[in-house]
Every structure is written in structure tokens, then in C-alpha cells.
Design a protein. Sequence first.
Length: 261
Amino acid sequence: MTDTEARTAIVTGGASGIGAASAALLAGAGASVVVADLQAAEDGSGRFVQHDVTSEPSWRALMDDVMKREGRLDVMVNNAGISGGAGSVESTDVADWQRVQAVNAEGVFLGCKFAIQGMKKTGAGKQQSGGSIVNISSVAGLQAGAGGIAYTASKGAVRLLSKSVALYCAEQKYGIRCNSVHPGGVDTPIFDPLWQMVGREQGKAYLGTRHPIGRMAEPSEIAELVLWLASDLSGFVTGSEIAAVGGITAGLMRRLPFATR
């Protein structure tokens, strides 16, 4: 894939997990990648900029820096996110709720807002290649559970925010596309607390059984979707939610009695 050459991409939360894998694939496809994260990137897939997605001044400084150094913005991957724990509607306190929304929902909102400003300068009026915004949501943004309410709400917000941004950009004829990606369980540092309790292989095996396909995803598998959405191969795709969930949303896994006859 070569149509990402000479393009500039920002990947938030790009120091690890899905973000690092996405940065590596984008860089490998020829893009100039800016890894924006609170922690320093280790793999050298792009230029690192320390960045707080919850801070509007930090976003403004990041965009000023990118436009000055790279001179353009073509791809924004809003990947930064945190876990909200397993709290229910009764057990979650407002401070935890606000902390999760600030990163997972407001951080993506700010990423979209500032991405549009940069992309308008880069490719205003280009109906097919004005820019691509890829927002990383979750299977929790498609299906709710009784627990993890703060995380679920934040990822559901990303899903509809992405659609709203897509419609707005189409209405304004910016040529900017916006889509959300909804992974199932992915072997990333977000699961490190669980691995420390039960062991990595045991934990992965258990979570794998929760997916009809029988395993968790690797970050590179989600990154392949990000790369596709960043490229012109997905030029007619906007306002869409792409589920990479190993079959979780397909339906009941256990056969019903009438289905065996």
C-alpha cells in the first residue's frame, strides 16, 4: 500500500498497544508519523511529542507543532484511552466517571476538532482525500454490560461522535472522513493488571473463550484496519463503525434446540 506516502499522521496513545502497532504500519506505508502520548515511545515508529489528550492547550500546541514541522495533517488516529474498572452505576463515583470521560470521550472530541482544523489547511475541498479521522472505540461501544459503566459510556460516545463528525464534514464538503473501530479483547497493556493477578497466558486463554473465534486479537490486527481507513482504499467509507470483535456481536454462540433439527 503506497497511497499513504507523503502524508502525515498523528497517533494518540501511540507509545504502546494498538497505537504503537498503528504507528508502525503507517510509517511502514510511507507516512510521516507523529506519536502523541504522555509516555515516550520505545519503537521509534515516528516523531514523539508528549501530549495530554484531555488538555485543549496541549492539543493546540501539538497542532501548531505538526503544522510547523510537517506542514500538513492527513490522518488522525484518536487511540488514547484508559480502563474505567468494573464499577456499576451504583458503585462508580463521579470522580472516576469524569476521569474516564475526560480521556476516552472528551479526548476524542478534541482530537476530531483539532484534526479538522489541520486537515482543512491540508486538503480543503478535496472530496476524496481531504483527510481521515480514525477513532478507536470498543466492543463496549456496541454492547453494554452491567459493569464497567464509565468505560462503556465513554466508548459509546465515541461511536456516535464519529458519525456526527462524519456528517458534519460531508455537509461542509471538507472531504474529511471519520469512522470508528470497535475492537474486542486485544492483548495490550490495558490488561496488564489482570495478567499480574492471573498470569498472562491463563488470562489470555480465558478472555479468548469469550470470543467465538476462540482467541484475543493482536494489536497488529486492529492496526491493519486503521491503515486501511487511513488510505484511499476506504475512500467511500465514512460515518461507519467497524467491529473487529472475533464474532462477539454476531449473535448467540450456543445453538438453540430448533437449530439442531
